[in-house]
Design a protein around this ligand. Structure first.
Ligand code: ADQ
Length: 460
């Protein structure tokens, strides 16, 4: 590629070797092309900094900045995680609106833009990630930055009727239009974004697929994110997950892996498992649910009830169904090393992935990658996970319908080998085709194509 690759994400992986699919993929791109990675350091500092600190990256620069406590509270915990996150996950009712938090969110984006504008070059290709930085391109354009700027929105794009609940909905289209390329996870997200332009500001798609708004030309396209399939499959074969769990020979295993977030549908999932156990007949297999759910964003009020709700439902199900030698729900409230996780996926007869709303959901893809081809497990997947658009050979369920999910568990646990193989083969093909390498390559190719388009007016 010509020009430098510049990545921006909320956190920079400055504490040790990169881990996790997305971080490793971005690291690899930067390592290959050279460039810069900007983001917060994770440190809180009393005074706002006016410049970056340098962290040595492997073949590229990492430039970090600290937040003050007030910035962390207003920008990160406040507007990003208590307003934009629930808004994009169809939970406008959970938004904690505060003018102060919005102002802090804008101020952090402005400060970052000011510091970056001093360093950016016109031929840079800037790739910004996530809802923490929705106004960043608009702030950079105000400062005269003409570099190509792309954005990837990892979470669902809000529907217009939800967006109207955001007091700042009138500037949302302007933020988005300040990027040159807006990457979304699914076709459904692209349709929601186009509908926003059509119905809120009357901007239509041009014949070449791009949009024009306030004198700027930009593109909105879907780039479904993937995982490193080969690495994950190899990892999964290394250890015996059933031995780690001490499972009885005839005991079947259902697995759920999520951050403890209200968007992931955990309460209904546990209830569906309870209902499966209640309806179990003599011939039905005995199954345990292993739910791994590390805490996240505990300082945000909307997250504080989930933990006790999970404990209540699992306590109830275990109280009703446990036996001397059997606890039906094993609920683990912390993170698990990736190699152990891969082995546990492989050991599980069913991957139970039931979010109410999810940009993509990488757990669904990891579960499929980890299965053996000879004797694969079955994926149960919510229709509201972005992954459902591609992974149509899963058992697709409605996460609001507990009875339907309980029935899907029964179907999955008694599915004949031939059907399991057929479904898994189709799913594996999709996951392998659209892996993480394909995602970065196709996004960067689209950005390079746009970078070489003739310039248009930059008025915002
Ligand atoms: P998340 O909401 O974090 O990501 P997801 O896509 O499922 O959701 O990714 C979670 C990752 O964390 C997976 O790789 C998973 O293995 C790992 N993980 C979860 N719990 C873990 C545990 N207990 N121990 C170890 N690892 C664990 C956001 C969006 C998603 C989108 C991704 C990527 O919300 O919709 O798919 O970004 O774009």
């Amino acid at each position: 590629m010509t020009g430098r690759l510049v990545v921006v994400s909320n956190r920079v992986p400055s504490d040790g070797p990169p881990s996790g699919g997305l971080v490793v993929a971005l690291h690899d791109c930067l390592h290959e092309n050279g460039g810069v990675w900007y983001g917060t350091s994770g440190q809180i500092n009393d005074a706002p900094s006016d410049g970056f600190s340098d962290v040595a990256g492997d073949g590229y620069d990492m430039r970090t900045f600290d937040l003050t406590q007030a910035e962390h509270d207003g920008y990160y915990l406040g507007y990003a995680n208590s307003v934009l996150w629930p808004l994009c996950h169809r939970r406008a009712d959970l938004m904690a609106l505060s003018t102060g938090d919005f102002e802090t969110y804008i101020a952090v984006n402005r400060r970052l833009a000011k510091m970056m504008a001093r360093e950016l070059r016109p031929d840079d290709q800037v790739w910004i990630h996530d809802y923490h930085f929705l106004p960043l391109a608009a702030c950079l354009r105000e400062l005269g930055v003409t570099a190509t700027i792309g954005f990837f929105h990892h979470i669902p794009f809000p529907a217009v009727h939800d967006l109207l609940a955001l007091p700042q909905h009138h500037i949302f289209p302007q933020w988005i239009a300040s990027f040159d390329l807006v990457g979304l996870q699914t076709q459904r997200d692209v349709a929601a974004a186009l509908e926003m332009y059509r119905s809120l500001v009357g901007a239509e798609q041009l014949r070449d697929g791009s949009l024009q708004y306030r004198g700027r030309n930009f593109e909105i396209r879907s780039f479904p994110i993937g995982i490193d399939v080969d690495a994950f499959a190899k990892e999964a074969g290394r250890r015996d997950g059933r031995a780690l769990l001490n499972l009885a020979t005839d005991e079947r295993l259902v697995i759920g892996v999520d951050r403890l977030d209200y968007s992931k549908g955990l309460d209904n999932r546990l209830s569906a498992f309870g209902q499966y156990l209640e309806a179990r007949e003599d011939g039905d297999p005995r199954a345990s649910l292993l739910q791994i759910a590390p805490p996240t964003r505990e300082a945000v009020t909307a997250y504080q009830n989930i933990r006790s709700e999970m404990e209540r439902i699992s306590g109830k199900v275990n109280g009703l169904h446990s036996d001397l030698d059997w606890t039906p729900i094993r609920y683990i409230h912390r993170g698990i090393p990736r190699d152990t996780l891969a082995a546990l996926y492989r050991a599980a007869d069913v991957g139970f992935v039931t979010p109410f709303a999810d940009g993509m959901n990488l757990v669904a893809k990891e579960y499929v990658a980890a299965q053996s081809h000879e004797d694969p497990g079955v994926l149960i997947l919510s229709q509201f996970a972005g992954a459902a658009e591609q992974m149509t050979s899963a058992l697709i369920v409605n996460p609001y319908d507990i009875g339907e999910m309980a029935a899907a568990l029964r179907t999955a646990l008694s599915m004949p080998l031939a059907e399991r193989r057929e479904r898994h083969e189709a799913l594996f093909k999709v996951v392998q085709r659209d892996d993480i390498g394909h995602w970065t390559d196709s996004y960067l190719a689209a950005m390079a194509r746009i970078a070489h388009k003739p310039l248009v007016a930059e008025a915002v």
